[in-house]
Design a protein around this ligand. Sequence first.
Ligand SMILES: [Zn+2]
Length: 389
Amino acid sequence: MRLLSGGMHAGNSCFVALVLAVGLWTPSASAAECPIRMRADLQPRDLPFDAGSSECLLAVSLEPDFSKLRAAAGIEAGSLDFQVDYDGGEVNAYYTQGFIRVTRAYLRADLKREARLATLAHEIGHAVQERDGLLSWMNEPINLYFKKRHGGLYKDRSYESSEEYKEYQLRSRKREAHADAIGQELLARAGYAPDTFTLGRSSRFGCQSVDEIDEHDPTHPADAQRYVNAAMTASAVSSAKAASAAQSIAGYLGGTRPSADAFTPGTSIRDYDDLGRLKPGRLAASKLSVPPPPPDAGVVRRTVQQAAASVVARWISEPFQAAVDGLAASERRSIARKVLASCGPLRSTEPVDFSVFGWIKRLSEDAALRAVGARKTQDIKSASLAIPG
Ligand SMILES: [Zn+2]
């Protein structure tokens, strides 16, 4: 900009153009390069990125967080890179195979640390989803559409009014909601405070009223809903108190908690409806499952454990899940209202009671037990009697 002022008369316009061109391609020799790469779409190489710029300094400060979260997801350093996107004035971050990028506008935006951590964790959640086949699953309807129309040879915008596109959009909303829960879990695994994700979402998306809960965009759940989901899954994925509550419910119903070794997300894409709203039943019921027998188990133990697993699934987990999902649907707005009302002071209060297990305990334990309790004892007994040997 300095070069332009005073140089805009015909006599030296070529000189100005030349200096501008040189200036674009070679930053001043003394400027050190930022250790975080800056890339732009359609540019095959890194762009100049001044190490002293505020964007670089912030990107560098986020890199250790990115690395911790990547490691918590079980992704190797060489296979997922953290980069800055040169393009666009939009405050945005995204995942594409092999890297996560945050825009320069994102780095310049006034965001709390928790909000940035939630962003990184959510994007790494997308990398986990791609590993688990959920990116292909989301794109499947659109790919099928082009296969039918053009034999998959090219893509045009005709898909935008198709049924396949609607299906793609609802899959996208589920996937975005699920990436939030994975991110939340990764933050907990990486040792951040259990409420980091929830605080990040509340500071980024604000504490909306319950009236905004239906305002989803085509590919993402409503911001208010994302906050509600996060508050409800917070302790299910991270809090010791909720884990022990889950354990006691599981113990009461006769199941045991599965052990967790490698990282597999605690939530599933099936935990979300078409608008990206959490259906907590499976999450709750999964805590009731019976672990598979160890590899060296004898035939009797294997048979007993498999029989127990199928009994728990058929007579305990599935009805329990249905009961919880039914209650969640009927209570959805009142739960959301309570969660959103608590949006501000989360750090100073114990948010556990808005979690899946907190409110299941309050609202649905009786109903769920009534749904399964009468059949439980009798069927476990008869299944045990049927085990040979
Ligand atoms: Zn996303």
